[in-house]
Design a protein around this ligand. Structure first.
Ligand SMILES: *Cc1c(COP(=O)(O)O)cnc(C)c1O
Length: 370
């Protein structure tokens, strides 16, 4: 008999229900005004999102992957260049480097935070290195002060992959505006999600913002002259209107995630899993709540039997993925990430995850130890 999922890994319906009629109003507004690709809703969203990121510009694009691709190009990255990033990120980070014509170079991660081990960054730098992409994985910002020091020393561009970290802060500063460019995805399950695909590049540089505006829309400038062969990757008016409505809830929703994480931490303190650690100088916004265990498969199976959804983000470090075998890495090159790929387990995490549900999940995990 199939077991019904009682507590899913992701539950967008809960945030939609909490918004009442706001979503329908946002959508019908766009239908009556007919601004479907770019247009006034997109411009208004760009302004509001830039303000969340404490940055001058946000440029809406079609996906988070395109945000990374266009940001790299706008930073002057191209064929012959190397771009350094963490080995345990979502494939899109490395895909964007390929799309820009450059070569991906990976760095292993820290034991405790799952983030790029910035102390190993210098070893990955060659005369061809032109940029570094810190990935604020699971919602936690990378140690940006240490990263800046290395980037400055080697004159590297810094392009943040903030696709999992909308509203997170490092030393009180919002992610996205901490480097030359910051990239966001609005894939539905992200902390700020559209009802389809979407993305944005955030920057303080007018030149980078302008170049991304060209790239997203066929290389066309305001006089409708095509300055370069660009792409068709625009943020849509319907998505922008939905994002504007959800943006008003983002800070509250992130607080609910932080509360849920604290409750998980207490409920799992005596269990056989390691709970995630947030650094003291950041606000971690818990896009994902990832625990570690040497007995992951048993726990995963047990939770499935009790109707609790789980995930693995990500099962294969990028250097071992077929798509990136051409880079020539081997098993054993990134021991921390490789070991952790066999231990990590994402538990349900979202606004309106009930305290009682967290107790049920923690109880089920506890039973595995016995
Ligand atoms: C979601 C995500 C992306 C890309 O987002 P899409 O909108 O799916 O293109 C890039 N990097 C990370 C770390 C992500 O989680």
């Amino acid at each position: 008999m199939a077991i019904r999922t009682q507590i899913p890994l992701v539950a967008l319906d809960r945030q939609h229900r909490a918004m009442g009629s706001e979503l329908n109003e946002a959508i019908s507004g766009v239908i009556s005004r007919c601004g479907f690709t770019l247009g006034p809703e997109v411009e208004a969203f760009e302004e509001e999102f830039a303000s969340l990121c404490q940055a001058r510009y946000a440029v809406g694009v079609g996906t988070g992957t395109d945000a990374l691709h266009f940001a790299l190009r706008a930073c002057g990255i191209g064929p012959g260049d190397e771009v350094v990033t963490a080995v345990n990120t979502f494939a899109a980070t490395a895909e964007a480097i390929v799309m820009a014509g450059a070569r991906s170079v990976f760095v292993d991660i820290e034991e405790d935070t799952f983030l790029m081990d910035v102390s190993r960054l210098e070893n990955a730098i060659s005369p061809k290195t032109k940029a570094v992409i810190p990935v604020h994985l699971y919602g936690q910002p990378v140690a940006m002060d240490d990263l800046w020091a290395v980037a400055q020393k080697y004159n590297l561009k810094v392009v943040e992959d903030a696709c999992q970290a909308h509203g997170a802060t490092f030393s009180g500063h919002a992610v996205g505006g901490l480097g030359d460019a910051g990239c966001f995805s609005f894939y539905p399950s992200k902390n700020l999600g559209a009802m389809g695909d979407g993305g944005a590049v955030v920057t303080n540089s007018p030149e980078i913002a302008e170049r991304v505006r060209l790239l997203r829309n066929h290389g066309e400038n305001e006089e409708r002259l095509h300055l370069e062969a660009g792409y068709c990757s625009r943020l849509h008016g319907l998505q922008a209107a939905i994002l504007r409505a959800k943006l008003r809830h983002l800070t509250g929703w992130n607080s609910l995630r932080i509360e849920a994480a604290a409750q998980y931490g207490r409920a799992l303190a005596a269990s056989n899993v390691l709970t995630p650690i947030a650094r003291s100088d950041v606000e971690h916004v818990y896009h994902l709540y990832v625990v570690r265990s040497n007995d992951r498969e048993t726990i995963r199976q047990r939770l499935a039997e009790e109707g609790i959804g789980t995930g693995i983000h990500y099962a294969v470090p990028l250097h071992l993925e077929p798509a990136f075998s051409f880079l020539g890495y081997e098993k054993g090159d990134f021991p921390v990430a490789e070991r952790q790929a066999g231990q990590i387990l994402s538990l349900p995490m979202y606004p309106y995850l009930a305290k009682s549900e967290i107790e049920v999940i923690a109880g089920a995990i506890e039973k595995c130890a016995k």
